[in-house]
Design a protein around this ligand. Structure first.
Ligand SMILES: [Zn+2]
Ligand SMILES: [Zn+2]
Length: 416
């Protein structure tokens, strides 16, 4: 689903339509460029065809688009999921929004909706397990030979490029709940059903100037990028609900002409109860055919995760290859002049992927099966690393990492 959001330009009030993945509002009329940022998750609502009635109730749905990894006894399965799932504990209402969000552009939830009731939502973590069951049901019905194995899933990770809330406006008439988009009756309201409401409050929607907070220059970055760069004072910025936040970056020194820099999240983390801090730990854990040198015991390792969207199989392959390589990075270098590929995978999602990476690194796998539920990821430091790739006929190559991406793959990743 490619969803659109319509909004009035905060500067000139002209109508602007954004893609769901856009993090920049670019007004075609007054040409202002603003970061769009939210608190925990972006909140949208579906505008009804008619007017908003006084007594409307907004029902929350979680919107998830991204990758799902399921770790099983022998292997890890991965796939792409693009769906919505009801987030309020209300009986007999549609499980998903279906095609509704594609039919009309969404709107941001703004203080104008202050007088309406919003149903409280269950946390994404609680809902997504049901989501997966639901997806399995749908796929098993549609596909004769299910692509799922019957193995028990030991750990599942949802790595979302988009995790947001979409509200469906409804109203009550004659004891029934009606969908305000279609005016179809959804369900009878059960007399004893307890419903939790919240009023609109500040959920962190902000439009921020794209100026470097340090020196005032125009920040550079693609429209779906979470990170923007200041070429003047050599700094890197991420939009957050509390404003632009400076983040650390380092680069991999380049020896030859590079065509493009691909961003990775480099995360140092503790992984209790597993001991996976040094390169020597990694060699033992992954059972690499290497003789451990003494200095490897004190050589700290980091987890590397692509900071851009890509197919799930390639995402894991790239992550694993980069973790194995542990190549040298340098701080304080000037930002590269070459193109920096968009940073569109949030760091929180990269953190979610570390546990899957750890499980996949274990050789033999059975040695960690008994502790899978207990493995925790405690991040210590996070930085953005810009990694130079050379252009070849078949793709982009990073010789030190031994990592190649097909050109189509990077392009395709933008549309996952
Ligand atoms: Zn404007
Ligand atoms: Zn600056």
């Amino acid at each position: 689903m490619d969803l659109k959001i319509s909004h009035e330009c905060p500067q000139c009030s002209a109508p602007v339509v954004l893609e769901e993945t856009d993090r920049l509002l670019q007004c075609p009329y007054c040409r202002v460029r603003l970061f769009v940022t939210s608190g925990e998750a972006f909140r949208y609502w579906l505008p009804p065809s008619g007017k908003l009635a006084e007594e409307m109730i907004f029902i929350p749905y979680w919107r998830f688009k991204g990758m799902v990894f399921s770790c099983m006894l022998q292997k890890t399965e991965e796939r792409i999921v693009d769906t919505t799932l009801v987030a309020a504990p209300l009986k007999h209402i549609p499980v998903s929004l279906g095609v509704r969000p594609q039919a009309v552009p969404l709107r941001y939830v703004t203080p104008e909706l202050g007088r309406y009731f919003f149903l409280s939502h269950n946390p994404f973590n609680q809902v997504f397990h049901r989501m997966d069951t639901r997806i399995r049901e749908i796929e098993t019905l549609n596909i004769k030979t299910s692509s799922f194995s019957d193995d028990e899933v030991l750990h599942r990770a949802f790595i979302g490029e988009t995790v947001s809330l979409i509200y469906l406006p409804t109203y009550i008439r004659d004891g029934k709940l009606f969908d305000a988009l279609t005016d179809a009756a959804l369900t009878e309201i059960e007399p004893n059903e307890s419903i939790d409401f919240v009023r609109h409050r500040d959920w962190g929607l902000r439009f921020l100037a794209t100026l470097c907070p340090n020196c005032g220059w125009d920040l550079k970055g693609e429209k779906d990028s979470l990170v923007h760069f200041c070429g003047n004072c050599n700094s890197t910025w991420m939009a957050s609900a509390s404003g632009l936040k400076r983040i650390e970056f380092s680069i991999v020194p380049d020896r030859k002409d590079s065509a493009i820099y691909l961003p990775f999240w480099k995360i140092r983390a503790e992984t209790p109860p597993l001991q996976l801090q040094s390169y020597a730990d990694l060699v033992r854990f992954a059972n690499l055919p290497k003789v451990i040198r003494r200095e490897w015991e004190s050589k700290e390792i980091a987890f590397w995760v692509p900071a851009f969207k890509i197919q799930p199989k390639q995402f894991m392959r790239a992550s694993r290859t980069a973790i194995m390589a542990q190549i040298e990075t340098r701080k304080g270098e000037p930002l590269p002049k070459e193109r920096i590929f968009t940073v569109n995978l949030p760091v929180q999602e990269a953190l979610e992927s570390i546990k899957i990476n750890v499980i996949n690194l274990a050789v033999p796998r059975r040695k960690i099966l008994s502790v899978i539920q207990e493995i925790k990821i405690h991040p210590l430091t996070v930085e953005l690393v810009l990694v130079p790739f050379r252009e070849a006929s078949h793709g982009y190559i990073q010789p030190e990492m031994h990592l190649t991406f097909g050109k189509g793959l990077l392009h395709y990743g933008r549309n996952i």
